[in-house]
Design a protein around this ligand. Structure first.
Ligand code: AMP
Length: 175
């Protein structure tokens, strides 16, 4: 059968009544499906929020200081009300010119936010980002934002999987 993916086999790949091919399993190794928690554990980003009534001037300063391409918009009750990214700032500049900087974040943020949970698989997050054509995703736990993933985090995880598979493949060839 033609391959449908370049990733190696995962524990979750075992189909009912279909035993895994032992030689393939030995060669590339079988790992647990990486989840959002796997990524968050490595992430240094602990600050990712901004208030809806903060100015866009403040937003740009904060994004610059945190070296972040996006922030989660959180109100006074710690409820997530939107997401704002560099893309929104550029669109706002096109619309309002330099007046943009005195306007509130609420005017440019996206309110309908697609989120993930710490237990979601990294592949599923990548699929949601691709489907929605955006590069960021807040991580929600018990109704609160606990992290903000970027497409770079997802890419790093995929790269580490590919490197792991390569290493196992080489190990099996060398013996
Ligand atoms: P990005 O590619 O992440 O810079 O975002 C592109 C556009 O999608 C911007 O208007 C963002 O506000 C919006 N956006 C980013 N992430 C999400 C998300 N998780 N759910 C919904 N919209 C988003």
């Amino acid at each position: 059968m033609a391959p449908t993916s370049y990733r190696g086999p995962l524990v979750t790949d075992v189909r009912k009544g279909e035993p895994r091919e032992p030689s393939v399993e030995r060669a590339v190794g079988v790992r647990d499906q990486p989840t959002v928690t796997t990524i968050l554990g490595r992430s240094q980003a602990t600050e990712f929020g901004i208030a809806p009534d903060d100015s866009i001037h403040h937003l740009v300063d904060r994004m610059n200081a945190l070296r972040a391409g996006a922030l989660v918009v959180v109100d006074a009750t710690a409820t997530m009300v939107g997401i704002v990214t560099e893309r929104d700032v550029i669109r706002g500049l096109r619309r309002w010119g330099l007046d943009l900087f005195n306007r509130p974040v609420a005017e440019i943020m996206t309110r309908d936010v697609v989120t993930c949970s710490p237990r979601d698989g990294v592949d599923e997050v990548a699929r949601r980002m691709t489907k929605g054509s955006f590069r960021h995703m807040p991580v929600m736990d018990h109704g609160r934002a606990v992290g903000l993933l970027s497409v770079l985090d997802v890419l790093k995880e995929r790269l580490s999987e590919v490197e792991y598979e390569n290493m196992k493949m080489k190990e099996s060839l060398v013996g």
